[in-house]
Design a protein around this ligand. Structure first.
Ligand code: F6R
Length: 606
């Protein structure tokens, strides 16, 4: 969370800092600020709210300086207001920070005793004063090394100094940070996305490293302050993906892009000639894997849950799933024959990365299913399966979810076939069905006016429920998550069979309940559960697949029929109406769909 940008140039930087901050708003958007250096002064401007507020509140054209840092914030310590907005500055040092300093209270006391004055409620300000203090007696590299050693927690930092007006210091522990290289200028950024409009030449800092960025030179140091050499990577250009085009919101665009997400994934992994799946360079023999553990957060965790059903069905392996923030603090029994799979769109989620790190430290087999292939999780895993869905900008994950479950399904199919758990004919039949999936998703996307009309009922209700069994249960959880995060309506996903064990008490007259009941093995059971909620007054939206049979229940409020495919693939189709339901609910309420309140796209703090 929080976005950082720094530019050291031979020309004024404020306009480019503003442009980059706008791109970084997906990381946080409760306040924004900039500090530039000119005429021996630190010029600091900050505002509550979006970068637009910063532009409206200050005449940024007059913000002079060829060097500067900028920040968009997602508050951790201290309420989101202009006082707590970054940068934070002393008379000599100005800092932008992403992360959390866990020992800030102790450090603050120590610094106050030494005569430092604090202005904000943030943890970040201790970094400013620590560096200021150390610079009284130490050279720059030593002062930075000493400061970083005193900080507990996670951080990415951008730092400028009144007395050193030609450089920016960047530092990383836990939170990602990249350096970019341009003509007569160099950059610091939270990720390559912020830098892409200026350069495609990037170096990622590793944990513990810091750097000194000048307009014509970048130096890197390890945590002991010793110089290190780093590789420069060239990123591919996919600029079109960063544009909303004709869509009102990135989320709307990303929902509609899902046939392409699936097509691209299939192209990447399916061998049409041999009707086989290619997972090139898979580093382990199939006999070395006897169980699988999938780990993720939020929507990515729902992908893990979805995959558990497929892996169990298709591979007959033991499958466990875990929420990364739980896994990282539990006493885990690590087994050499377990494959640990980390699912993450951004590849930077702090908890997922920490879980990966623990597995790596225990020499486990680690595999990343990520969208951002240059991310920390991708770089530090033994093996990477990219989802290839292009940048996802809307904070609520849509196409990345479908991309994740596609890759996990493909992996489950391949491992099932390698373990001889699936007959060749069935395997090839499933691959054939998979190839038809993009077309079926396109048809499902045509449900639009009907979902728009239904969405008002969800907005007006006190709360809602999403029910499913088997393959539909993870999709129910995902549908409920989408609705709550976008339209701020209370929504719960439940396995339909659990209703009698407590949640049924919540059902009252008129409560909207989504029932996912495709015609799979669970159909009759789910329909019985549906009747139980209807009998207690629920307004049921039934989502099922097409059939010549009549739906065996009366008093259903609304039905949406998705296309037919094999049972494995129905979850892909059931997801689409739920994404649209959340989108249209939020649209009707006039909420900020791409940037829901209190959230951020890349959760780089615990
Ligand atoms: C919900 C959503 C989040 C993310 C979660 C993990 O719509 O997007 O729940 O899925 O924060 O993020 P990644 O996948 O980047 O690790």
């Amino acid at each position: 969370m929080c976005g950082i940008i720094g530019i050291s140039s031979n020309k004024p930087v404020s306009a480019n800092i503003i442009n980059s901050l706008k791109k970084l708003e997906y990381r946080g958007y409760d306040s924004a600020g900039i500090a530039t250096l000119s005429d021996g002064e630190i010029n600091e401007v900050k505002s509550e709210g979006r970068v637009d507020n910063l532009e409206n509140n200050f005449d940024l054209k007059n913000l002079r300086g060829n060097i500067g840092i900028g920040h968009v914030r997602w508050a951790t310590h201290g309420i989101p207001n202009s006082l707590n907005a970054h940068p934070h500055s002393s008379h000599n040092v100005s800092v932008v920070h992403n992360g959390i300093i866990e020992n800030s209270t102790i450090l603050k006391k120590h610094l106050i005793n030494k005569g430092h004055n604090f202005k904000s409620q943030t943890d970040t300000e201790v970094i400013v004063h620590l560096i200021t203090e150390h610079l009284k007696t130490l050279e720059l590299e030593e002062a930075i090394t000493k400061t970083l050693k005193q900080l507990h927690g996670s951080f990415a930092l951008g730092i400028v100094f009144k007395d050193m007006p030609d450089l920016i210091v960047g530092a990383r522990r836990g939170s990602p940070l990249a350096v970019g290289y341009g003509p007569n200028e160099n950059y610091l950024g939270s990720d390559s996305y912020a830098l892409k409009s200026m350069t495609n030449k990037i170096t990622y800092l590793d944990d513990g490293e810091f750097c000194i960025v000048k307009k014509d030179q970048v130096l890197f140091f390890n945590e002991e302050g010793k110089k290190v050499n780093k590789k420069i990577l060239e990123l591919s250009s996919d600029q079109a993906n960063y544009d909303k085009g004709d869509f009102k919101h990135f989320m709307a665009k990303e929902i509609e892009e899902q046939p392409l997400t699936i097509k691209t994934g299939i192209k990447e992994y399916v061998d049409n000639v041999n009707k086989d799946i290619n997972i090139f360079n898979f580093p382990w023999k199939i006999e070395e894997i006897n169980s699988i553990t999938l780990i993720g957060c939020g929507t990515a965790y729902h992908s893990c849950l979805m995959a558990k059903y497929w892996f169990e069905e298709l591979t007959n392996l033991d499958v466990n799933i875990d929420i990364a923030s739980e896994f990282r603090y539990r006493k885990n029994r690590f087994k050499k024959d377990t494959l640990y799979i980390f699912v993450s769109q951004s590849g930077e989620t702090a908890d997922t990365y920490a879980a990966l790190d623990i597995c790596n430290k225990n020499s486990m087999k680690t595999c990343a299913v990520v969208n951002v292939i240059e991310s920390s999780i991708a770089r530090d895993s033994n093996f990477v399966l990219p989802i290839h869905c292009g940048p996802e900008i809307g904070v609520a994950s849509t196409k990345a979810f479908l991309g994740q479950i596609l890759v996990l399904y493909i992996l489950a199919l391949k491992l099932g076939s390698m373990r001889n758990e699936i007959e060749k004919k069935e395997y090839q039949e499933k691959i054939k069905d998979l190839k038809a999936l993009p077309g079926l998703i396109e048809k499902t996307l045509l449900h639009d006016n009907d979902i728009q009309a239904i969405s008002s009922t969800f907005n007006e209700a006190k709360g809602s429920m999403f029910l499913g069994r088997g393959y539909s249960y993870p999709i129910a959880l995902e549908g409920a998550l989408k609705l709550k995060e976008l339209s701020y309506v209370h929504a719960e996903g439940y396995p339909a069979g659990e209703m009698k064990h407590g949640p049924l008490a919540l059902i009252e007259e008129g409560m909207p309940v989504v029932v996912l009941a495709p015609r799979d093995n669970y159909y009759k059971k789910t329909i019985s559960n549906m009747q139980e909620v209807i009998a207690r007054g629920a307004k049921v939206l039934l989502i099922t697949n097409k059939s010549k049979d009549e739906v065996v229940s009366e008093n259903i409020w609304e039905t949406i029929e998705v296309e037919n495919t094999n049972d494995d693939l129905l979850p892909f189709l059931l997801t689409i109406p739920l994404q649209k339901l959340a989108y249209y609910s939020a649209l009707k309420k006039g909420y900020d769909i791409d940037k829901p309140r209190n959230l951020a796209k890349s959760v780089t703090v615990e």
